[in-house]
Design a protein around this ligand. Structure first.
Ligand code: G6P
Length: 613
């Protein structure tokens, strides 16, 4: 959601900014813009601002034919919050004289009172954005020193922000500040960058500094400085990212989502590589070792997350209940953070997040930390805010996920949840035999996922057959109830059709009234102890002329009898079966969305990284 890219160096800035914006597109946005200062000769006092509604390609079209030689500037993709997507509301926002430009991620919560105050002082506002107050405040406080003006501005702001500011009269200086929204500084050879995430900077440098909250960075032509808000210099560690962490490339696939679905054998392997000891039937999670003594005293686990990561958490509850003696609760982060919680040092709060940036998840763990709980994380994006705030955690090491609809990270999260539960369960009642059986099954998953992917053509044919429907019900029981919800979410995210995920047993309490020949059901019906009950539910649907597509295992005659179509997946242990069952659900959603001509990697209105609450 919203993306920032800044460049300060000796090369032409605009191509770098545009390229960076393209690499940030996946975060979700609906307008874009940039501001650069000076022409080819570095003329001062002149900023060139170009903005466009819609895609970065529109912005590119608007600037084509313009000779812009400037060698520093800031750029932004905006996901509309305050004010609809339009050129006026796009960033950069400018001050009254058109000298100062600001790009901003996040939300300024007190913008209305600030706006009233600034208008009373004569500032003229042009947009509906909350961001515009920032640039007018900087203008108000500017007395020749941009950094000081930004520092004074930040004192007045409440909310979350990542902000970058340039002034047309100040050569090669970009002032950047972070509170809540992510900002990374990229260190090149005599050139400096800033961006919302590392993928935007991948072509230019692998040396990054992750700004923490309330830090300010000043990029100049030949140096950079990082300070806190008291204006004290800070020395921050430069992280060197490896190829896996930076690599963003479709590798010949039509969409990132399809590439990521097909990457699952490797991403699952990466989730358990080096983290299992087969001979002891146990998992080894180095990231949790430092807090092991505390973990052993924990009585209750609360999992907090959003979106697909929330569905991973829902399944996590079943996995932890199965393997540990902990009481387990799962909560969407946006609700958890406002509840009256009974948290203490016997409670462990586990945040699950692909991006490591999701505003609600971040706020939830800050709240839990305040109340003394142990905070753990499962995070994919290294060094991000959620990873920084946790006491301990485990990285997915799955590489960047670009498609807005999460796929490879979901299955990776499920593997890690199982490893975490086993890690704790082996200190409790899980036996060596049970542990060894789970580990053996985990190691077979990559091959089994490959088997499903080899069957993609058949899944595609089924999807094309079903693509005409406007409503879908997904049902499952126990471990596969979350799979039903995740399957339905995939479909609605990228194909824009209505799909509901339900616990099969709840079907009779409402959704069954919707069933007719035009309302198909996807039944997740593996060959486990819940199968007979699933079959009963499927019969009830058949009796009402509903079509049934089932996801099941081979040779399950009773499923075949009640299904119109079937997708067969390999067998594994019931707690791991959802990892296999969800893969055809991802492909099914993908092929329906493709048939409908949807913008699969960047579906309308959605954002990859939801940095506002
Ligand atoms: C957005 C994304 C989803 C993601 C959710 C949570 O809604 O579109 O794919 O599951 O945020 O994000 P997180 O990065 O915290 O896992």
């Amino acid at each position: 959601m919203c993306g920032i890219i800044c460049y300060c160096g000796k090369r032409q800035a605009v191509p770098i900014l545009i390229n960076g914006l393209k690499r940030l597109e996946y975060r979700g946005y609906d307008s874009a813009g940039f501001a650069v200062v000076g022409d080819a000769e570095g003329e001062k006092g002149k900023s060139i601002v170009v903005k466009a509604k819609g895609r970065v390609s529109q912005l590119e079209k608007k600037k084509s034919g313009m000779e812009i030689g400037a060698t520093f500037g800031i750029a932004h993709t905006r996901w509309a919050t305050h004010g609809k997507p339009s050129e006026v509301n796009a960033h950069p926002q400018l001050d009254c004289k058109g000298k100062i430009s600001v790009v901003h991620n996040g939300i300024i919560e007190n913008y209305q009172e600030l706006k009233r105050e600034l208008e009373a002082k004569g500032h003229v506002f042009k947009s509906d954005t909350d961001t515009e107050v920032v640039v007018h405040l900087v203008e108000e406080y500017f007395q020749g020193n941009l950094e000081n003006a930004v520092l004074r501005t930040v004192e007045r702001l409440s909310g979350t922000f990542g902000i970058a500011v340039v002034h047309a009269d100040i050569d090669h200086e970009i002032v950047i500040v972070k509170r809540g929204s992510p900002i990374i500084i990229g260190i090149g050879e005599n050139e400096y960058f800033a961006a919302s995430d590392s993928s935007a900077l991948a072509p230019y440098t692998n040396r990054m500094i992750y700004l923490s909250d309330d830090e300010i960075a000043i990029l100049t032509a030949d140096d950079y400085h990082i300070k806190n808000l008291k204006n004290e210099d800070l020395v921050k560690k430069i992280e060197v990212l490896d190829d896996m962490e930076l690599h963003v490339d479709k590798k010949g696939f039509e969409h990132y989502m399809l590439k990521e679905i097909f990457e699952q054998p490797e991403s699952i392997q990466n989730a358990f590589r080096g983290r299992i000891i087969e001979g002891e039937g146990v998992s080894k999670l180095g990231g949790l070792e430092p807090v092991l003594d505390r973990i052993k005293k924990i009585k209750k686990l609360v999992i907090v997350s959003c979106g697909t990561s929330y569905y991973a958490g829902l399944l996590g509850r079943y996995i932890f209940e199965h393997l540990t003696q902990l009481d387990v609760e799962v909560e969407v982060a946006s609700e958890f953070r406002y509840r009256r919680l009974k948290l203490n040092e016997e409670v462990m709060v586990l945040a699950i997040s692909q991006s490591g940036e999701t505003a609600d998840t971040l706020a939830a763990i800050k709240e839990a930390k305040r109340k003394g709980a142990l905070i753990l994380g499962i995070v994919n994006a290294v060094g991000t805010a959620i990873a920084q705030i946790t006491d301990a955690g485990v990285y997915n090491h799955a590489g960047p996920e670009i498609g807005v609809a999460s796929t490879k990270i979901y299955t990776s999260q499920l593997v890690i949840l199982t490893l975490m539960a086993l890690f704790i369960g082996r200190y409790q009642s899980v036996s060596f035999m049970e542990g060894a059986e789970i580990i053996r099954a985990i190691t077979r998953l990559p091959e089994q996922v490959r088997e499903i992917l080899d069957n993609a053509e058949q899944i595609k044919e089924i999807a094309l057959k079903y693509a005409k429907y406007k409503n879908y019900l997904y049902i499952g029981r126990l471990f596969n109830f979350p799979t039903a919800m995740e399957g339905a979410l995939k479909l609605k995210e990228i194909s824009y059709v209505h799909a509901e995920g339900y616990a099969a047993g709840e079907m009779k309490h409402g959704p069954i009234s919707l069933i007719d020949k035009n309302f198909p059901t996807v039944a997740i019906a593996p060959d486990d102890l819940t199968l007979d009950k699933m079959i009963s539910n499927m019969m009830e649907i058949k009796a009402r002329d509903g079509k049934i597509l089932s996801v099941t295992n081979d040779n399950v005659r009773k499923v075949a009898d009640v299904s119109d179509d079937m997708i067969i997946v390999p067998r594994t242990l019931p707690i791991l079966q959802p990892i296999l069952n969800v893969v055809p659900m991802q492909l099914f959603a993908y092929y329906i969305a493709r048939e409908k001509g949807r913008d699969i990697d960047k579906p309308r209105n959605l954002a990859k990284s939801v940095t506002v609450e």
